[in-house]
Design a protein around this ligand. Sequence first.
Ligand SMILES: [Zn+2]
Length: 99
Amino acid sequence: MKRVYSSFNRVAVHHARNLLETEGIRAEVRNEFLASAMGELPPAECQAELWVREEDAQRAQEILRRPPPGGPDWRCGSCGESLGPQFTQCWNCGALRAP
Ligand SMILES: [Zn+2]
């Protein structure tokens, strides 16, 4: 097993696990409840961790590095149309989203 992600934010760790499972990678959250022992352990030991099998680790890291699909709406630089974060192209004028 290999650790691919860790965070003090348990929700973020669970979100990361969901992302991986969507891609067919089995992932395990560890240390989830250790945070309650905070004060007795160094802070780095209290992060929730996400572990995957050795052979999945590289792909898992690639998936976790992807920018999240959410985010704020964006405005087309060409025609000014307001567009949802899931679109990469303006449906109104066809301009591509600026990087
Ligand atoms: Zn446009």
